[in-house]
Ligand binder design. Structure first.
Ligand code: NIG
Ligand code: FE
Length: 417
């Protein structure tokens, strides 16, 4: 399958590939048959239509795609991958009928993970996060967003972000980090949420920015999280420090958190089951991505569906992510999310592919560099062993990856990456 050449000008040339560009047009995904893709210095240098007869540049490595489909590397744009402990006990309680919100109010939920995470060292957290990340990598993920949010002190939040960034030293992966100090009111601030928000805005956000540990800031705007007024302070502090704005909104109720996120030109508004038309319009106007999280919807056995038709109507970019976390989505499979995007949310296979490529990149403000196969973009690509594009959403489990490339480096195939 591979040949090598000595007088090289390009690093890698993929030949005989059918491209899934990642972009979505009116007719569905933009694709192109019989293409060659030239990679140099970690970027896509050129794309040739093979029928043009143009001579390919010489390269260190030629990979014959044998007519397979080449897509952008998948992007999981919303995870809580770094934490200790698990919440299988709460899973059992919920199966017996205790609601998620009741468990949270009784000091379980997010706070039980906070206790376990605070007492874990960076080494321990790294060790716990690696197999979770490996599960995503084995499915073709090349970029992962990781949130803090299980520390809720300055030191513990920064500890989680440091671990998240370190993962890129251990695996071939791009990591985007998000500070989610406003995830829950920590036990020592019980009844003093406003004071905790002051700490988040005056110390934790500025420190995370100064130490370059976070690309964005997130907030859980919800009855069991923070009010819109508190959330707005967090967004203002994020902006003041030059960080992106993201928010968990409209998951369990409608507090108009999406419109608030849009007001601060948020990168994304996430969950959105209770989003209304005014919120959809606000997202469209601010070009904020809608991140849909079918894993949490499924795992909490929610009934309220996100307004997919309205998001389509107003052309809000829809992304999908695992929301991997111990409480509401212990599901480290982006392919499962693609399947659920179709079966639970009635998205099309084309929409779910765009949702984990081009639109995932939008949710991380990476659309200028990742998520699409185009000249000048980072060379993050996956060669799939599939005949039909819908196969990517249709099945999960058996791995159908032939090759995975991250920033121009081939990182192996199948589960052994
Ligand atoms: O995205 N909604 C808030 N945060 C997580 C849940 C965290 C947890 O229960 O540990 C979510 O669903
Ligand atoms: Fe989340």
């Amino acid at each position: 399958m591979e040949q090598t050449h000595s007088t090289a000008i390009a690093d890698t040339v993929w030949t005989n590939v059918n491209l899934i560009t990642g972009e979505l047009a009116d007719q569905g995904l933009v694709t192109a048959k019989n293409q060659s893709v030239v990679v140099k210095d970690g970027r896509i240098m050129a794309i040739f239509d093979q029928s043009s007869g143009a001579a390919l540049p010489q390269a260190e490595r030629i990979i014959d795609g044998e007519g397979g489909w080449l897509s952008p590397g998948l992007i999981d744009c919303h995870t809580h991958l770094v934490f200790a402990g698990n919440r299988a006990d709460e899973f059992e309680q919920r199966l017996e009928g205790v609601p998620y919100e009741t468990i949270a109010k009784q000091g379980g939920g997010i706070l039980s993970t906070v206790i376990a995470t605070r007492s874990a060292s960076e080494e321990a957290l790294l060790k716990l996060a690696l197999p979770r990340l490996d599960a995503l990598i084995a499915e073709g993920v090349t970029t992962v967003e990781i949130k803090s949010g299980y520390g809720l002190t300055l030191n513990d939040e920064l500890k989680i972000l440091r671990v998240a960034k370190q993962l890129a030293n251990h695996r071939p992966i791009n990591i985007s980090t998000t500070l989610l100090a406003a995830h829950a009111v920590p036990p020592e601030f019980k009844g003093k949420a406003d004071q905790y928000i002051d700490l988040v805005c005056n110390e934790i956000i500025p420190q995370a920015a100064e130490q370059q540990l976070a690309d964005a800031v997130d907030v859980f705007c919800e009855g069991i999280g923070f009010s819109p007024a508190q959330s707005e302070k967090v967004m203002q502090a994020a902006k003041a420090c030059g960080l992106g704005v993201k928010a968990h909104v409209e998951q369990l109720s409608n507090l108009s958190g999406a419109a608030l996120t849009a007001k601060y030109q948020g990168w994304s508004a996430d969950h959105l089951e209770y989003l209304d038309e005014a919120g959809v319009k606000a997202l469209a106007e601010s070009n904020t991505a809608a991140v849909l999280l079918p894993g949490a919807f499924y795992f909490l056995r929610e009934q309220q569906l996100p307004p997919i038709d309205l998001l389509r109507k107003y052309q809000v970019p829809m992304a999908l992510a695992t929301d991997f976390n111990p409480g509401t989505s212990p599901l480290a499979s982006i392919r499962l999310m693609m399947n659920m995007g179709c079966t639970l949310f009635r998205m099309t296979p084309s929409e779910v592919i765009a949702a984990v490529t081009a639109n995932g990149a939008k949710a991380l403000k990476m659309e200028e560099s990742r998520g699409i196969i185009k000249e000048g973009m980072a060379a993050d690509m996956v060669l799939w062993d599939i005949q039909h594009l819908a196969e990517l959403a249709y099945q999960f489990g058996p791995q159908v990856i032939k090759q995975r490339m991250v920033n121009g480096q081939i990182t192996g195939s199948g589960a052994h990456v």
